[in-house]
Each structure stands twice: as structure tokens, then as C-alpha cells.
Design a protein around this ligand. Structure first.
Ligand code: ADP
Length: 261
């Protein structure tokens, strides 16, 4: 019953939004049609001097309608990505304090970064928001406390070693794992769906994982999800390396640094 209520509230919000837009759009069309009718009438009756101002009125209404659809498109279209060279380890370190604060004192955080990790080709802002989202999900999965593990590692995919639909090449894997409640097979199957959430109203939007999924696909990466009910969850983001940033001394570097809090 709660699920049905949530679904109906979602539909109501979508309905209100689209209803309002349809209403505005309809008003603009009415303006255009009315003006065109009058223009036709004045042309038929030979009163051409009256047509100019109705042509202007039609153009104004049409421009308003165009501006409205433009705004709608900008809203529904994913923000264009700003792909550039990103130092993932640096990004994680710069977010360290925020992540610790987000998790709270009852959750231990272990960060294990690959030293000389390759730079990735990604959108820094989107990556930050993805990481924060994943950390919030992990926190929510560990109300009684636990451990959050964040790690980076360089990975080379070959024809013999494939992940998802990723082409062979070099990637940095950012993995976030928790010792939380994990997901049932039912939740696991729907976790990437937009608006799918198991959280109470007001706490979850169900958009976090679906946005991360879209972001990964759009940026040439991949997201892998492993979860076991009662054990925990691990999410791995495969991020493509930035072209031309692998030098021989940087590859096959097994040494890692570790920060523990
Ligand atoms: P939201 O967090 O707003 O619910 P998400 O798309 O981020 O939306 O997640 C969808 C659902 O997947 C969550 O409601 C939760 O049931 C499940 N989930 C996500 N991350 C975890 C996790 N680390 N541990 C357990 N369940 C998770």
C-alpha cells in the first residue's frame, strides 16, 4: 500500500508539471490560431492594412512557445558532459572531510588509493556528485555502523578480460563498498531504474543510481554492482583513462597508499 501511495504521489507530481506546461502551451497556440484566423478573414474581405498587427501577435506567441519547448528540452536532456583530465586520487582526497562528515562517527572509512593511478577522462563535477551519492547510499545501508571502503586501482582490459560492454583499454576502477544491509535480488534487479527507491518519502528520490548509470555510459565508463543481502554492497565505476597519460613507469605499479580514519 505504501508503494502504491508513493507511485501515485510521483504520478501526481509528473501530472502537475506536464499539466501546467500543456496549459501554457495551449494558450500560446490559441493566440497563434486566433491571429491566423483574423489574418485570413481580413485578407478575404480585402482589409489588408489590419493584417500586420495580427501577424506580429502570431510571431510573438510562436516565439513564446518555442522558448517554452527549449526550456523543457534543456531540463529533460542530460547536461552535456565536460570531459577532461581528472586526477581521481586528488579528487577523493579533496572530498575526504565532506565524506567523513556525511558518514558520521559510527562508520569507519578506509581509503586505499593506487599510487600513480592513471588520470581519467571524466567530468569532475559529475564524478564528485556520483561519489557523494554512493557514500550517502552506503551510509543509509549502515544505520548501526560499519565500514566504508573507497579504493582506486589501475586496470587493463583486454579481449580476454572484458567488463560489461567496455572496449579493451586502460581504466581506473573506483570502488565503494560497505558492510551494510545489502540488497535483496528484487532490489538488485531494479536498483538502476529511475525513481526506484526503498527509502521513505522525502529521503530517497530513486535517481542516484540511475543518474550514475547514465553518466557512466555517456562518458565511456561502466558501473558494476555487487550486493549480498545482510553482507554488503560494492559498486565499481570503471573510468576510461585520459589519452596519452600512461608512461611505462606509471603502469603495472602495485604499490598502494592507505589512509585510515
Ligand atoms: P535512493 O538512494 O534515492 O533510494 P538510488 O538510485 O541511489 O536512490 O538507490 C536505489 C535503491 O537501491 C535504494 O533505495 C536502495 O534500496 C538500494 N541501494 C542503493 N545503494 C545501496 C547500498 N549501498 N546498500 C543497500 N542498498 C542500496
Amino acid at each position: 500500500a505504501q508503494e502504491a501511495l508513493r507511485q501515485s504521489q510521483k504520478m501526481e507530481a509528473v501530472g502537475q508539471l506536464t499539466g501546467g506546461i500543456a496549459h501554457d502551451f495551449n494558450n500560446m497556440l490559441t493566440g497563434i490560431i486566433g491571429s491566423l484566423d483574423l489574418i485570413q478573414h481580413y485578407i478575404r474581405t480585402g482589409r489588408h492594412d489590419n493584417t500586420q498587427r495580427f501577424i506580429e501577435a502570431a510571431i510573438i506567441s510562436a516565439n513564446r512557445a518555442a522558448a517554452l519547448t527549449h526550456r523543457l528540452l534543456a531540463f529533460s536532456r542530460r547536461q552535456p558532459l565536460d570531459l577532461r583530465r581528472v586526477n581521481l586520487n586528488q579528487l577523493i582526497e579533496s572530498m575526504h572531510e565532506l565524506l567523513v562528515r556525511t558518514l558520521g562517527a559510527h562508520i569507519r572509512i578506509v581509503i586505499e588509493l593506487q599510487s600513480k593511478a592513471w588520470a581519467v577522462n571524466s567530468d569532475e563535477n559529475q564524478l564528485e556528485s556520483a561519489l557523494l551519492n554512493l557514500v550517502i547510499n552506503a551510509r543509509d545501508a549502515m544505520p548501526e555502523g560499519g565500514t566504508l571502503h573507497i579504493a582506486t586501482r589501475n586496470v587493463e582490459l583486454t579481449c580476454n578480460r572484458q567488463v560489461g560492454e567496455l572496449p579493451p583499454g586502460n581504466y581506473v576502477v573506483l570502488s565503494i563498498s560497505d558492510t551494510g544491509c545489502g540488497m535483496s535480488s528484487k532490489v538488485l534487479a531494479s536498483a538502476f531504474e529511475p525513481f526506484f527507491t526503498t527509502k521513505p518519502i522525502g529521503q530517497g528520490t530513486g535517481l542516484g543510481l540511475s543518474m550514475i548509470y547514465g553518466f557512466m555510459r555517456q562518458s565511456g565508463g561502466h558501473v558494476q554492482l555487487e550486493s549480498k543481502s545482510g553482507v554488503g554492497t560494492e559498486i565499481s565505476l570503471y573510468l576510461p583513462v585520459h589519452e596519452g597519460n600512461i608512461s611505462p613507469e606509471q603502469s603495472n605499479e602495485p604499490i598502494r597508499t592507505s589512509i585510515q580514519v
